[in-house]
Design a protein around this ligand. Structure first.
Ligand SMILES: Cc1ncc(COP(=O)(O)O)c(C=O)c1O
Length: 393
């Protein structure tokens, strides 16, 4: 079908775009001119301000959320053969960090309404080998942490939140970052605040914080990071074979500016989400993402879902039609049990997690970011509504 010129954008609207301006450029320039590029005072400042923003006792800046989750599992002493409960409806990172230890990811299906782990299904997945649970706040909608806590209560199971999508988000009025043993954030390029690549571990435990910090920098003794400063010492001791997961001051300087802008950026995404909701909620074949009643939704993703039985085309064709109209989209997520590694390692079949499978097959993530103009939002709305209208079953 040829497209009418009124409905087609002349330029491609990317699925994601970071919100960076002169302030980040100035902050990076300042670090470059200072001569101190790696972990230093900017990283410390970023940690302090982030901890304050989420109400965490400790925040440790690292190179990614993947690193953050790896360090959290290392800090609890995860061992080969242990089990960690998580959701298949997530990115590779959430489960690969479990495999780093030769431990077993135990997938629990999701709740179709939220796309988050289904708390009612957790109890059946617990065994005497379960050491931890990693819920994921998909798209920035907090998982039901109270229900998850109830499901694991009385057991020695550590909660590590994968909050890659969830800054700034709240759960029952409290910020994500202050509610579990560990909360791990991502500052990847597409995330709600970015440092290019980066992550943060939040924890209330002094011992866990110290272990994560040490292991994030080769397992070197405390304060080794400042061994090249006037106040530092050339001496250090290797306490354990750690990792190279520290955050640079270049990244942290960007993070400090992004943190200042975080609330305004979230508010803008909230407006985009509300515009989408207003346009799509009355359309039969479309299902808008669940909102966070009385809570802040980070709106990292806008997870639109299609009622495929009311459409003459499948999800992939819907995406193709959006692409033809110059709208970038994505799909969150291809459930992990469908991927070759997990299928071959654990013998999973697609319908082992039927809710994850079904939701994946009908999900489309629409562009949602603070730099979207009103015209760009309108162009997405026009394209989606037009494709739905033309392709009604
Ligand atoms: C749910 C989830 N967890 C973890 C990660 C990993 O984050 P990072 O790229 O900072 O390691 C991602 C990245 O997209 C993610 O979507």
């Amino acid at each position: 079908m040829s497209l009418t010129s009124s409905t087609v954008r002349t330029t491609f609207l990317p699925f994601a775009r970071p919100d960076l301006d002169e302030r980040e450029l100035d902050a990076v320039r300042e670090v470059l001119e200072s001569g101190w590029l790696t972990t230093g005072s900017k990283a410390s400042q970023f940690e302090a301000r982030f901890a304050e923003a989420v109400g965490a006792k400790h925040a440790i800046a690292v190179s990614s959320c993947t690193a953050a989750m790896h360090l959290a599992l290392e800090a609890i002493g995860l061992r080969a053969g242990d089990e960690v409960i998580t959701t298949p409806y997530t990115f590779a990172a959430t489960a690969e960090v479990i495999r780093y230890f030769d431990a077993k990811p135990v997938f629990v299906d999701i709740d179709a309404a939220t796309l988050n782990i289904d708390p009612r299904a957790i109890a059946a997945a617990i065994t005497e080998r379960t050491r931890a649970i990693i819920p994921v706040h998909i798209g920035g909608l907090a998982a039901d942490l109270n229900e998850i806590h109830s499901a694991i209560s009385g057991r020695d199971i550590v909660m590590i939140e994968d909050a890659a999508h969830a800054f700034p988000a709240t759960y029952r009025g409290r910020p994500i970052g202050s509610l579990s043993d560990f909360t791990c954030f991502s500052f990847y390029a597409t995330k709600s605040i970015t440092t290019g690549e980066g992550g943060m571990i939040c924890t209330a435990s002094d011992a866990h914080a110290e272990r994560c910090r040490m292991m994030s920098l080769h397992g070197l003794s405390k304060s080794a990071w400042n061994r090249y400063t006037s106040s530092g010492s050339w001496q250090y001791d290797v306490i354990a074979p750690g990792f190279k997961y520290n955050m640079t001051d270049i990244a942290a300087a960007i993070g400090l500016v992004q943190l200042e802008k975080a609330e305004a950026m979230q508010q803008r995404r909230e407006v985009v989400a509300s515009s989408y909701d207003a346009a799509f909620s009355a359309i039969d074949a479309l299902e808008c993402p669940r909102r966070a009643r009385n809570d802040v939704h980070a709106w990292h993703l806008y997870t639109l879902r299609l009622h495929l039985d009311r459409l003459a085309i499948a999800r992939d064709q819907f995406i193709e039609e959006l692409r033809r109209r110059n709208i970038g989209t994505s799909v969150h997520f291809i459930p992990l049990h469908l991927h070759r590694y997990y299928e071959e390692t654990y013998g999973f079949r697609p319908d082992d997690f039927p809710v994850a499978l079904c939701e994946y097959q009908r999900e489309i993530s629409l562009p949602i970011y603070s730099r979207m103009s009103a015209e760009e939002v309108d162009s997405v709305i026009s394209a989606v509504t037009e494709i739905e209208l033309i392709n009604r079953a």
